[in-house]
Design a protein around this ligand. Sequence first.
Ligand SMILES: O=C(O)c1cc(=O)[nH]c(=O)n1[C@@H]1O[C@H](COP(=O)(O)O)[C@@H](O)[C@H]1O
Length: 233
Amino acid sequence: MSDSKRIIVALDFAGENSALALVDQLDPSRCRLKVGKELFTRLGPRFVELLQGRGFEVFLDLKFHDIPNTVAAACAAAADLGVWMVNVHASGGSRMMAAARERLDQLGDPPLLIGVTVLTSLDRDDLAAIGCPGTPEERVLALARLGQQVGLDGIVCSPLEVKPVQADLGRDFLLVTPGVRPAGSAAGDQKRVMTPAEAVSAGAHFLVIGRPITQAPDPMSAMMQIDDTLRAL
Ligand SMILES: O=C(O)c1cc(=O)[nH]c(=O)n1[C@@H]1O[C@H](COP(=O)(O)O)[C@@H](O)[C@H]1O
């Protein structure tokens, strides 16, 4: 793939000082940043603007999941912030995703619109417990097809589903994969994982990586080590 900035660092921090201590060490030419529910709830749009002011492209990961009108309006608000990527839960349904698409299409230079399929923290048993029969792969594929039909730019899935999704939907549909763990790092709450090299070799366009970088003794060197591995592929 042509985009050489494959790593999206998940800024899962409790506050501005700890987040900036990491951001200060990162280079916007080597990675993008993800602002999720914790940091956005604490610091709001101002923090996203601060990161963008430092030259970083931001994935605003708020996983919108609501009625079509509400999600479309929330996506427009994200676009107004100037973020690079925004996501919605694909299980919100095709009318919801289509409303988001339609609203963003009315704007110039909208963010990439990505659908979250099956959270990487879930396995088959977890899905069964919430009344979803079948494998994560089957459900990811179904949601990915729905997302592509309504014009999403791509999906979030685990690296394990990258090959089957690309076999079905082609290589242009963007695949953003969390559930990435360098060899030897703790999986934590992630259930469907692969190493960064495995994920990119499978065909993932972007890797979302949090704790293996943010909790490393030297986050910058952890990030660079992963990035060097990917650039050597
Ligand atoms: O949309 C996401 O980014 C996301 C989707 C998903 O299925 N799984 C998942 O882990 N994420 C996010 O990716 C990041 C992964 O962080 P680590 O597990 O620390 O690498 C977290 O910020 C999650 O919120």
